[in-house]
Write a protein that binds this ligand. Structure first.
Ligand SMILES: O=c1ccn([C@@H]2O[C@H](COP(=O)(O)OP(=O)(O)O[C@H]3O[C@H](CO)[C@@H](O)[C@H](O)[C@H]3O)[C@@H](O)[C@H]2O)c(=O)[nH]1
Length: 471
């Protein structure tokens, strides 16, 4: 068995912020357990990761070149740089060309008689399974999603035929699953309706899904107290008895021993602005993640709603084309901050002035909000976000939902009145108050999970021990 200091793990994240950031936090968790980490990634992603890991000498980066591919913008190595979601599939397909350089790196490690104890690679990088198997290294898969949403997704994929004849409004009965809320077919996100997708996307997901199911294990950014009852159903989709290792919320490891000045560099203006907000729970934080396309007319509605609600707000806007509608600047001056740069969201959410989060419900945002004890005004947009929102609101009581219009093609999906009503209810209404109490209690459980003796901390140690024994 290798000694603690000689053990190392290779991590290969998918090049999207929502997938990479939690794995950077996991790297920090491993290095706190005396495990070295080698992260394999492409040059421009390595550049942005280098800042985050600069205080962690046991985490290193190995760069492999990103392929040049027709149909993708030049120098685009991360989904956050894609002009729109239309480029998502070409991007996914391009990552398959990373196989050869990845294998060369892994082979050199194995041949130098110091193989890693495992490779943790993203679900989308399914081909890494074959590379790992050929070199005798266990592959653990990471999806970025929670256990419940993954189980619902897998279950609906494997029962697609049965579901075809199910009505849109009757409660779904998914074999082997006990759902904490009523789910109908109309609640399922479009991305789950695989057969309705482009043939190439369908094929890609089939491929990576097969590799997923044959993996040695699954690293999950969640904690047992939150999703334990769904683990058996989730594990039943794996063919070699793979176990789901709940190690989260990973964002909390990222904060342990972090260097404040490094963190604040990202979001100096927002940190300073927040420091001036003295009233606890008074500010609403607004962010829709790194992937969803939000139209500029929809952003106008958000702006009017925030102005009308009267609450101080900190709002991260990704659109390069949008500007505050005429007349609003004066009205919100001093009361609201619009951040156009990357902010340290996790840090912001833990500021005592933040009293609510208007969120798209990406899984990282959900966990960061729960960890910080901040209730959510849920506005799911793409991918599995509607399932996360349902879990948070109907399952956990830790948030409330915005009212959305039924036409998914409309430019404005939520009106300013409905956003404003939602913000007022979250920040000052009785449903908002009860969601705050609930999420604060959950936050205490989440923080305990990653401390010594906590469920996720223990699971991490068990995983390391098991991997060392299997060497
Ligand atoms: O200025 C910013 C903007 C974002 N973030 C962070 O970026 C991450 C965003 O992740 P998430 O909230 O999960 O949103 P997306 O990036 O949109 O996530 C994609 O990936 C997730 C994990 O698989 C899925 O749950 C989502 O549906 C999918 O859209 C979070 O850690 C945020 O804290 C910042 O720190 N600063």
């Amino acid at each position: 068995m290798p000694s603690a200091l000689s053990s190392y793990v290779v991590i290969f994240p998918f090049m999207a912020q929502g997938h990479t950031l939690p794995l950077l936090d996991l790297s920090k968790a491993l290095s706190q357990q005396q495990i070295k980490v080698t992260i394999i990634t492409t040059p421009s992603n390595a550049k942005s990761m280098a800042k985050t890991i600069s205080n962690h000498p046991t985490i290193s980066l190995v760069e492999i070149p990103f392929p040049t591919v027709d149909g993708l913008p030049k120098d685009c190595e991360n989904t956050s740089q894609l002009p729109s979601m239309e480029f998502h599939l070409p991007f996914l397909l391009a990552t398959k060309q990373l196989r050869k350089p990845f294998e060369q790196v892994l082979q050199t490690m194995v041949e130098s008689k110091t193989p890693p104890i495992c490779v943790i690679s993203d679900f989308f990088l399914g081909w890494t399974l074959a590379s790992c198997q050929a070199l005798g290294v266990p592959r653990l898969v990471f999806h970025g999603m929670g256990i419940l949403s993954m189980s619902i997704t897998k279950s609906t994929w494997s029962h697609a035929q049965q579901l075809e004849s199910t009505s849109m409004i009757d409660p779904l009965d998914l074999p082997g699953m006990k759902l904490p809320f009523t789910l109908t077919k109309s609640d399922l996100p479009g991305s789950i309706n695989l057969p309705n997708h482009d043939e190439m996307f369908y094929q890609f997901i089939q491929e990576v899904g097969e590799a997923d199911a044959k993996s040695w294990g699954v690293v999950v950014n969640s904690f047992e107290e939150l999703e334990k009852s769904h683990i058996p159903a989730f594990e039943s989709f794996y063919i070699n008895g793979a176990k789901a290792w709940c190690l989260g919320p990973l964002c909390l490891y990222g904060k342990m021993g972090s260097n404040k000045s490094t963190n604040q560099n990202h979001s100096c203006t927002s940190t300073q602005w927040l420091a001036d907000q003295v009233k606890p729970d008074s500010v609403i934080y607004v962010s829709f993640g790194t992937q969803a396309d939000v139209s500029d007319s929809q952003l106008d509605e958000v702006a009017f709603a925030l102005e009308e609600s009267g609450f101080p707000f900190l709002w991260v806007v990704r659109s390069k084309t949008w500007s505050l509608p005429a007349g609003l600047e004066e009205k919100v001056k001093g009361r609201g901050l619009i951040a156009r740069e990357w902010v340290d969201q996790s840090q912001i959410l833990s500021h005592r002035a933040i009293g609510g989060f208007l969120s798209h419900c990406g899984w990282n945002s959900v966990l960061e909000s729960v960890s910080a004890g901040v209730p959510v005004l849920a506005w799911p947009m793409i991918a599995e976000q509607s399932l996360n929102a349902k879990f948070l609101v109907d399952g956990l009581g830790a948030g409330i939902s915005v009212k959305r219009v039924q036409n998914p093609d409309a430019k404005i999906l939520v009106s300013r009145q409905d956003i404003c009503e939602g913000v007022e209810e979250l920040m000052g209404g009785s449903r908002g108050r009860s969601a705050r109490e609930r999420v604060q209690a959950l936050g205490r459980v989440a923080r305990r999970a990653v401390q010594k003796g906590g469920s996720s901390h223990d699971t991490l140690n068990k995983l390391i021990d098991k991997l060392r024994v299997s060497m």
